[in-house]
Ligand binder design. Structure first.
Ligand code: IPM
Ligand code: MG
Length: 361
């Protein structure tokens, strides 16, 4: 059976990096027997310009028919001024919510060849391998009521609602326990239970399901301490699980520990394994169109897509090995060049990965 993959290039560097992922997928199809169809649709600012909405109905309907989605990146300053529900980010939030992609997996791995790219001391980050699991369709991002209103005294106020149902906490908790069981068996749940009732319930639910996973050791940490521990001694963590907003902040922090946010893939999964895969980095308007973007996070997102949504673990390993080969060969885009003088372009990096794939034949 042929897999249906929906490609969503998005804005700025998005199309440049997705073009390289496209090359990789087509190589797997031509030379390694991957049965897949690639379709394309608009999401984000490009969708606003072309179809008048950041998540057009046509994109959503294609997404529902797909087995997996690959996203480049959305957003840019040119859409900052338009009305709130047409902003590119709303398209991303809407597709997460419409498809029920509640489990966001963000690995932060330090590739040994890139150890000097981190701003932390090498001994603090050497061998770093953390998985942050962020709840993605609830919490303060989606809670109601929300808005900007005028108080009785005429002063305006902005407000949002942080709400988590026990069912939402339990399903992200179970996803995290299962992930931890497959890794080193340590799960740290991050909350703000000393202040927030929603966190108090979060902690209670996590404790309540822990008994079902005897192989996993559960601990709890307040989010402020977790931010500090991530930069002080990040290797103490294996899997971290947290709510939407805390996860947004902590995952950027964890990504930067590796010094190469251009290397990190992510997956957002629903209950049945369908998922949206995207690099952790953004649309980088400042370097768009210059061939400077690093396509490896997107290519590694393809590997996650193959493994988690298509059940093509062997193809995924091939892609990961090809990326390891180009790094071992010393090929670098500018963001991961460190002190190395010679760098290659986005397209040259994609071509190098394809060549490394073919070399495995
Ligand atoms: C992320 C991004 C998004 C988020 C933005 C673009 C809406 O920062 O995926 O982490 O806040 O979730
Ligand atoms: Mg973010």
């Amino acid at each position: 059976m042929s897999h249906r993959i929906l490609m969503l290039p998005g804005d700025h560097i998005g199309p440049e990096i997705v073009a390289e992922a496209d090359k990789v997928l087509r190589c797997l199809m031509a030379d390694f027997g991957l049965a897949a169809e690639l379709e394309y649709a608009n999401l984000g600012g490009c969708a606003v310009d072309a179809e008048g909405a950041p998540l057009p109905a046509s994109t959503l309907s294609l997404a529902r028919q797909s087995d997996a989605l690959l996203l480049g990146a959305v957003g840019g300053p040119e859409w900052d001024a338009i009305e709130r529900d047409k902003r590119p980010e709303r398209g991303l939030l809407a597709i997460r919510s419409e498809l029920g992609l509640f489990a966001n997996l963000r690995p932060a791995i330090l590739f040994p060849e890139l150890a000097d790219a981190s701003s932390l001391k090498p001994e603090v980050v050497a061998g770093l391998d953390i998985l942050i699991i962020r709840e993605l369709t609830g919490g303060i991002y989606f809670g109601k009521p929300r808005g900007i209103r005028s108080r009785d005294d005429g002063v305006r106020e902005g407000y949002n609602t942080l709400v988590y149902g026990a069912d939402e906490i339990e399903r992200i908790g179970r996803a995290a326990f299962e992930a931890a069981a497959k890794r080193n068996g340590r799960l740290c749940s991050v909350d703000k239970a000393n202040v927030l009732e929603s966190s108090e319930l979060w902690r209670e639910v996590m404790e309540g399901i822990a008994g079902d996973y005897p192989g996993v050791e559960l601990s709890h940490m307040y989010v402020d301490n977790a931010a500090m521990q991530l930069v002080r001694a990040p290797k103490q963590f294996d899997v971290m699980v947290t709510g939407n907003l805390f996860g947004d902040v902590l995952s950027d922090c964890a990504a930067m520990l590796t010094g190469s946010i251009g290397m990190l893939p992510s997956a957002s999964l629903d209950a049945s394994g369908r998922g949206l895969y995207e690099p952790v980095h953004g649309s980088a308007p400042d370097i768009a169109g210059k061939g400077l973007a690093n396509p490896l996070a997107t290519i590694l997102s393809v590997a996650m897509l193959l493994r988690y949504s298509l059940g093509e673990g062997e193809q995924a390993t091939r892609v990961e090995q090809a990326v390891a080969m180009v790094l071992a060969d010393g090929l670098r885009t500018a963001d991961i060049a460190g002190s190395q003088a010679k760098t290659i372009s986005t397209a040259a990096m994609g071509d190098a990965v394809v060549a490394a794939l073919r070399a495995q034949q």
